[in-house]
Write a protein that binds this ligand. Structure first.
Ligand SMILES: [Fe+2]
Length: 463
C-alpha cells in the first residue's frame, strides 16, 4: 500500500453519535485499529482471569477445565474466591462502614457540612432514574458522620423511599441502634455501588480518559508527547469497546444487575463526564478539610498527584522544544477535544491554549489512568464480591415480578464481573513504568500504601 492510500487516523478512529451530545467515544461497532489492538501479553493477562474460561480439552486432565460448567451448576456467589468483606467478621460494624466510606471503592465523596450536628455527609440523588418493577432504589439517601478528635463516626442515614416511581414520601432517618439501622446501611451501600460503578469507575476514568485518547490518536503522529502519553492509554479503547457490550450496554452487567435501565445508566455516565474539566480539577477539591487518622485515600491521592506533576514536569523540561516543534498536532487534538466535548458550558472548555495547558492535561490524564482507575477498579471485588454486604441492585422479594432464578443470575453476574475486572492486572507501574516514576512512587510509598498497595497501581486503563 502506498502512503497516499493509507487510511487517515481520523477515519480509523471514528467517534460514535453526535458531537457535543453523545459521549466522545470510539464507535464500538467499528473495528479496532491495529495501533490500539491488544498485544499478546495483554490478551494473555485478560484471558487468565476471564470467565467463562475456555474449556481446552488437554486441561481437563489437569482438573482445571469446566469452570463455566461448575459455575452454571452452582450459581451462587460463594462459589467464587472470598473477597475482603467475606473475610471480615466486623463487616457490618459501624467502624467498618465509616472506613469503607473513606477508603472503599467509591472514595472522595464526603462533603463538609455547615451548621449541622454532623460534620460530613455522603449523598446520592437517584430521583432522575426510573426504577425497574420490584427494584428498591431510594429517591435520595445520605449518610452522615460526626468528627470527634481525629476520627469519623456514623451519625445517621436519611433516605426517601419510592412507591413505584413516586418519590414524594417523607424522609426516614435511622441512627445506630435503631431497628432499621442495618437496613439503612444496606440501602446506602447499594445506592453507592450504582454510583461507584457508573460514575466513579466507568465515567470518571474509562470514558473521561477516552475523550483525550480519541483526540490524541486522531491527531498525534510525530509529536514527542506520544512517548509520555501513549503508555498510559494502552488497552483503553479495547476495553471500552468490550465494555459497551458486557458492562453498560443492554446486556451489560450494570443494567442487568442494577434496578435501572440502560438508558438511565447512560444518563449517569454522561452526567459525570459533562462536569469534568482537566483545567480546574485537583484531588484537593474533594479532600476532607479535617485531619482524619484513617483517611488513607486523600493522603495517597495527593501524594500520587504531586508525583505525577514531577514526572510530567521533568518530561516537559527535557522536551519542551520538541513538543513545540510539532504543535500543529496538538492544535488538531485540541479541536477534536473541544468539538466533541459534552462539558457543561458554564464549566469552561477543554481547549489546549498553550504548552501549560498541555502539561496540565498530561498530569490529569496520567493520574486518572493510573491511580484513580486502579483505586476504583481493583477495589470493586473488595466491596462488590459479597452480595449480602453490597448488591448493585436490591429487589423486593414480595413483588409479583420477583423471580428467584433471575435474582440468582443477577447476583452471580455481579460477583463474576467484579472478580474479573479486579483480577486482570496488566503493566503495574512498579514493573513497567519509567524509572523516574517508579523511584518517585517508592520514595512516597508510606503515604500511598495504606490506601493502595503499590503493586495495584497500573500504567493504564485496560480492564
Ligand atoms: Fe476498569
Amino acid at each position: 500500500m502506498t502512503a497516499s492510500t493509507q487510511p487517515l487516523p481520523k477515519d480509523l478512529f471514528p467517534y460514535i453519535g453526535k458531537e457535543g451530545e453523545d459521549l466522545p467515544r470510539f464507535d464500538p461497532q467499528k473495528p479496532l485499529p491495529p495501533k490500539v489492538a491488544p498485544n499478546p501479553r495483554l490478551v494473555a493477562n485478560m484471558g487468565l482471569h476471564t470467565i467463562p474460561a475456555k474449556p481446552v480439552p488437554p486441561l481437563a486432565l489437569l482438573g482445571i477445565a469446566g469452570v463455566t460448567d461448575i459455575i452454571q451448576q452452582m450459581p451462587t456467589p460463594n462459589i467464587m474466591p472470598a473477597n475482603l468483606t467475606r473475610c471480615r467478621p466486623d463487616k457490618f460494624s459501624d467502624a467498618f462502614f465509616v472506613d469503607r466510606r473513606l477508603n472503599g471503592f467509591n472514595p472522595g465523596k464526603l462533603n463538609r457540612t455547615i451548621g449541622q450536628e454532623w460534620q460530613y455527609v455522603v449523598r446520592y440523588d437517584c430521583r432522575k432514574y426510573a426504577v425497574d418493577p420490584g427494584g428498591i432504589l431510594p429517591a435520595t439517601i445520605e449518610a452522615r458522620f460526626v468528627l470527634r478528635g481525629h476520627s469519623l463516626y456514623a451519625h445517621s442515614i436519611q433516605y426517601v423511599l419510592r412507591e413505584g416511581n413516586n418519590i414524594s414520601n417523607a424522609p426516614i432517618t435511622n441512627s445506630p441502634g435503631d431497628a432499621d439501622w442495618e437496613w439503612a446501611k444496606r440501602l446506602f451501600r447499594s445506592a453507592e455501588f450504582l454510583f461507584q460503578e457508573t460514575q466513579a469507575h466507568l465515567a470518571r476514568t474509562h470514558l473521561n480518559v477516552e475523550q483525550y485518547a480519541m483526540a490524541y490518536y486522531r491527531n498525534v503522529k510525530n509529536n514527542k508527547i506520544a512517548e509520555l502519553l501513549e503508555p498510559h492509554f494502552e488497552g483503553l479503547l479495547n476495553i471500552n469497546k468490550l465494555g459497551a457490550n458486557i458492562i453498560f450496554g443492554d446486556e451489560g452487567v450494570i443494567p442487568q444487575s442494577s434496578t435501572i435501565s440502560t438508558t438511565d445508566v447512560e444518563k449517569l455516565l454522561k452526567e459525570e463526564v459533562s462536569r469534568l474539566n482537566y483545567h480546574t480539577w485537583h484531588p484537593r477539591m474533594q479532600a476532607l478539610q479535617d485531619f482524619v487518622s484513617n483517611n488513607h485515600y486523600d493522603r495517597a491521592a495527593i501524594a500520587v498527584w504531586e508525583i505525577v506533576e514531577q514526572y510530567v514536569g521533568k518530561f516537559f523540561q527535557d522536551y519542551e522544544s520538541a513538543i513545540r516543534s510539532d504543535w500543529a498536532e496538538i492544535e488538531g487534538m485540541s479541536q477534536d477535544l473541544v468539538g466533541h466535548s459534552i462539558l457543561k458550558r458554564e464549566l469552561g472548555t477543554l481547549k489546549i491554549h498553550n504548552i501549560n495547558d498541555l502539561k496540565k492535561l498530561c498530569i490529569y490524564v496520567i493520574y486518572h489512568s493510573s491511580f484513580l482507575h486502579s483505586w476504583t477498579n481493583y477495589k470493586q471485588y473488595e466491596d462488590g464480591g459479597d452480595i449480602e454486604y453490597a448488591a448493585l441492585g436490591l429487589w423486593d422479594e414480595k413483588h409479583p415480578s420477583f423471580d428467584p432464578a433471575v435474582a440468582a443470575k443477577r447476583n452471580i453476574g455481579q460477583v463474576l464481573i467484579t472478580w474479573t475486572l479486579s483480577s486482570v492486572r496488566y503493566n503495574p507501574i512498579m514493573e513497567n513504568g519509567s524509572s523516574l516514576l517508579k523511584d518517585l512512587l517508592w520514595q512516597r510509598r508510606d503515604e500511598i500504601q495504606p490506601g493502595l498497595p503499590l503493586e495495584m497501581l497500573m500504567m493504564s486503563i485496560h480492564i
